[in-house]
Design a protein around this ligand. Sequence first.
Ligand SMILES: [Zn+2]
Ligand SMILES: [Zn+2]
Length: 681
Amino acid sequence: MIVQVVILDLPYNVRCDYTYSVPPDLCGRDLVGCRVEVPFSRQRKYGVVISSADDADAPEGIRLASVLRVIDDKPLLSEELLSLGKWISEFYVSSMSESLSLILPSTHDRYRKKPKTRSEKDRGLSSQGPCGGNKTKTNAEITFNDEQQKAFDKIAECVAAEDFRMLYLRGVTGSGKTEVLMRAARKAVDEGHSVLYLVPEIALTNQLRKTASELFSDDEMAVVHSNVTQKMRTDIFERCKAGEVKMVLGTRSSAFSPLRDLKMIIVDEEQDQSYKGEHSPRFHVRQVVQKRAQTNRSTLVFASATPSLECMKAINDGKVEQLVLSRRISDSGMPDIVTVLRKNADDVISDELLELMRNELDNNRGVILFLNRRGYLYHYKCQTCGFEMICPDCSVSMTYHRSRNTFVCHRCKREIPYFVRCPQCGNSNELYSGYGTEYVERVLKNLFPFSSIVRMDADSTSRKGESERIIRDFESGKINILVGTQMVSKGFNFRNLRLVGIINASQNNMSADFRQDERLFSLLVQVAGRSGRFSKDSKVLIQTDGSACEIIKYIESGQFDMLYETEMSIRKAFMLPPFSRMGRIVIRSEDEVALKKFFGEISFLLHKLVADASKAARYKIAIVQEGPCPVCKEAGRYRMQFLLKSGSANAIVEVFNLLKGRIEYKSNVKVDFDVDPFDFT
Ligand SMILES: [Zn+2]
Ligand SMILES: [Zn+2]
């Protein structure tokens, strides 16, 4: 017997599939999907068997090396996951080694499952935190409103049909989407199926676990995200395969859970950018689970208050059926939205916002303020000599952080001690143009010296459990004013909150990202949605500098459909996604000369491939940009890019794969392929 093995942990540009012979004592075993240890260029390496054949099919005249050891007793990866791995490596232009490493819970055998004693199992479970007992639970009584009931029935009907279907649960903030999804998941499990429930952020898994534990027992449910240890992950992987786990609640990395009889996949907050991978293979969860739903004949349910334009188009084209929840479950109604145009950008808190805040605090209610920037002050510039505080390793401006008294680069995390005088001319005549949450916190402490003010952003919540503590304290009234970045925008159901203030809803006019309006809209709707979920007369005050006025106008009047129409027509006019597909190649090197030379070589190959493809293919394909990236240096590496556009993703994928095969890779230059890119920096 011979086997085809994909070697794991190889550099991205090295061939990774090789044929090995199987020792006689292992012949006859089902090895496809098993991890093995094999000799590889005088080392021992781990790999995954992706296919097997008879000796007769062995290549002639070559002596094959032999598999040294089989790690798994039974295949770890099913046929479905192996072919998913193959699809990922093709579509996202990565190696099989990379895509299988993504799917496997761990690439080595240190965490191989051993038979457990009962006490070990108990320990393992208790480390998952408090869930509600181990007894099987079922749908308890709940009263849905008519819209919720209709949505629930439709989802249940589709799951029962056991066919590939796509639904979109589109509901305003506070409309009880989660209840509908959880109940539908419970029903699917009751009928013997399993469910994958995806959320964009770890914080949301914590939120949802509470709701889920009312319906699912510890044995039935597993929570998977990037902070779960490899050992736990491997354990959950095995329990999914064995059919013990019926529902996985998790972030991006849990999309590959090998659940048995998977008939329902939920993608909550579908529009969130965290669903797109940041490293090769740069997969998008939406696309990966669509593939899985097709293979498994499952119902795929997207959910959000603000669908992505991609999904909106699929709804308009009739590919996805929309289920609408148009009102809140409590009879609180939607919050009143007020806009204040600030003439002076340095006024952090406008008079209008100040008055509303005083009123809330006088009535012992909390206030949330939102600003999507962390740090103290932005864009240091010396007024005398023009010196700007740019990161020495990246081509971006550094941010002054007062608590650390340093300038911090938000791209590479490099810190430089603060200086009182300009390092170039020695004067202290600097000007900053922009502030972050740390600055707002300080302004608030002066305005409200007797209130408890807490900041919630990546800096203040780096300690484990800190964000949970802040949320608890805000809920209990210990914190009066919470100021934060997008961390405060999602999923929270604060009972006593009637005022949300948005410090600065402005666009970054320098950004060339065509999705920035869509993102701002989604973010503002999410933040605004925290207000008044349980009480009437709630308010959202948006401070603006006059930019983004179109978006704010539509949010103010609640005309979301108009906003989608406007945005769609812009995208269509410029043939931007979702009316076209894009592809991006980024090449990076510390050596600027080598990079430029390599860039020239790729450019030559790419232009030829694109010309050939355009002649042959049904779809046109074009290089729309080539040259330095907007962020032309990052962490000491220079960056250059190619941006492609086409009517068909497959046309781009084909060109990319051909190019990948023809590039003569250099050790000091890294090439990154990105199909349907979200990051254009
Ligand atoms: Zn100066
Ligand atoms: Zn930097």
